[in-house]
Design a protein around this ligand. Structure first.
Ligand SMILES: [Zn+2]
Ligand SMILES: [Zn+2]
Length: 178
């Protein structure tokens, strides 16, 4: 998703586009690393306006991902949605293309060179930020039995997982003794 800077200097540019996740190298990398898989196209709505010395791009990105619970290994799906406001400041070419987080954490400032702005990198970043680092199918997922591997969300398997409990009570005893 790109705009020409001279065009946005004249008037506001509205974009509404859908791309497969495969269009974004960062998202492909996430899928290859097994962090998640994207099960819907990445839909982006964005309005770009010229303000003083920068382009203000505000919009929303939507997709959906399939994740694997880090406790019980079950697959589950989540909607992914993020609102963003990004300031694109033209750089002379001498400074590095560095992304600066402004004090307001919802605002991002990026520098660009040339007469075109490509939004793809930041769009992918917005999606990546919404993917949990340690996915959980639910906050109180009970995980798998350490003895037999049964999914404890389906009910107790009846295993004696006493070794863990023994350690726990030993620890409790220690703190009581002190
Ligand atoms: Zn789970
Ligand atoms: Zn078990």
């Amino acid at each position: 998703m790109k705009i020409r800077v001279d065009e946005v200097k004249k008037k506001r540019v509205d974009l509404n586009e859908e791309e497969p996740a495969a269009h974004y190298p960062n998202l492909v990398e996430m899928e290859q690393a097994g962090e998640c898989s994207f099960i819907a196209p990445v839909h982006t709505e964005l309005s770009a306006v010229w303000e003083y010395d920068h382009v203000r791009a505000a919009g929303k990105v939507n997709t959906a991902a399939k994740l694997t619970c880090s406790r019980c290994l079950a697959e589950y799906e989540i909607p992914v949605s993020s609102d963003f406001t990004i300031f694109y400041t033209q750089s002379s070419g001498e400074q590095l293309d560095e992304e600066v987080e402004l004090s307001d954490e919802d605002l991002i400032s990026v520098s660009f060179q040339g007469d075109e702005i490509n939004f793809d990198f930041e769009i992918a970043e917005q999606v990546m930020m919404e993917i949990p680092f340690k996915p959980l199918c639910s906050e109180d997922c009970k995980g798998l039995c350490t003895e037999c591997g049964a999914d404890l969300n389906q009910g107790d398997c009846g295993c004696d997982r006493g070794t863990v409990n023994l350690k726990m009570s030993a620890l409790k005893k220690l703190s009581i003794d002190k």
